[in-house]
Design a protein around this ligand. Structure first.
Ligand SMILES: [Zn+2]
Ligand SMILES: [Zn+2]
Length: 305
């Protein structure tokens, strides 16, 4: 089953060099999660042939324009497309008011309901709990309240070995086996779990951390995860500027990836000062080899093997 991140926008502050402002789409099995919604997000969704109506959950990290200015447009297009299904929107206090005013003065009554979930940027909370996964907030250190998001698949069940399982096995016993139990008849062991099943598929994880100053408080949350997106607005020679503006350098993002023992790092939210991005990647790789640039249109998949 897919667990795939698509980069829609990778630049900070302003759109330049054909790069757009922050947005990513995460597909886990059949659910599509939109994370941040910079100005060009709906254009990028169209460009990459992603149907808007597949998206039922939108997460907004903070209210700086480069993360949210695409949202009124996207919501409006969903309405014009006749969307019926409810939309869950997770964002900071104030976001609901901004959208409500926009709709009020344009005299728009949406064709669908928006369920707004207000985020608390002070402490980590579980904001979404589905059968197969949870989403938790990661409090970040930015100029205004800002949350990252941790997507984590729940532990999965063992897989039945069809070669060894007797065909007459009851559904109840199959459930027991999937849950890791042996099956007994009276005292007698009749189905030994390790002979009848394979280990579960891997539970995968992704964390989105943008925007933020370098902060080690996030380390326990991102420890050992499969995929980390961390903002890397500047090269390390601009560290003073990064401190002033509550951003992170490529070297610092890689340091966090290494300390957290993540499997793969994606850096993005590039400053408009950089036309070429290779130096940012090279800098990250000096600390953490498995680093990649958030190039728009690129997919990052995590396997469940
Ligand atoms: Zn930003
Ligand atoms: Zn910001």
């Amino acid at each position: 089953m897919p667990f795939e991140l698509k980069i829609l926008g990778s630049n900070s502050a302003t759109p330049v060099f054909n790069r757009h402002q922050s947005s990513q789409l995460l597909q886990i099995e059949n659910e599509y999660f939109l994370i941040d919604c910079g100005e060009a997000t709906q254009h990028q969704l169209i460009r990459f042939k992603i149907k808007f109506n597949k998206i039922n959950h939108i997460f907004i990290s903070h209210l700086h324009g480069d993360h949210v200015l695409g949202l009124p447009g996207l919501i409006s297009t969903m309405h014009l497309n006749g969307r019926q299904r409810e939309l869950h929107l997770y964002g900071p206090p104030g976001l609901n008011e901004i959208l409500t005013l926009q709709l009020k003065y344009s005299e728009t009554i949406l064709s669908y309901d928006i369920h707004f979930h207000e985020l608390d940027a002070k402490e980590s909370k579980t904001i979404l709990d589905l059968d197969n996964l949870t989403v938790q907030t990661i409090p970040l250190n930015h100029r205004i309240d800002c949350c990252g998001f941790l997507f984590k698949e729940k532990p999965k069940k063992r897989r039945i070995n069809k070669e060894t399982l007797p065909p007459e096995t009851s559904l109840l016993n199959i459930i027991k086996l999937k849950n890791g139990e042996d099956v007994y008849e009276g005292e007698k062991l009749v189905l030994k779990n390790e002979e009848m099943t394979f280990p579960p598929r891997k539970s995968r994880s992704f964390a989105y951390c943008s925007d933020t100053r370098y902060t080690e408080t996030i380390l326990p949350m991102i420890k050992d995860i499969d995929l980390l997106y961390h903002e890397s607005t500047f090269l390390d020679d601009m560290k003073e500027r990064a401190i002033e503006t509550f951003h992170t350098t490529a070297l610092e993002a890689a340091t966090l990836a290494k300390k957290a023992n993540v499997k793969r790092l994606i850096i993005g939210h590039f400053s408009s000062r950089y036309k070429e991005l290779e130096p940012l990647l090279e800098e990250a790789k000096t600390v953490f080899t498995n680093s990649s640039l958030a190039i728009e249109g690129n997919n990052f998949s995590v396997s469940d093997d």
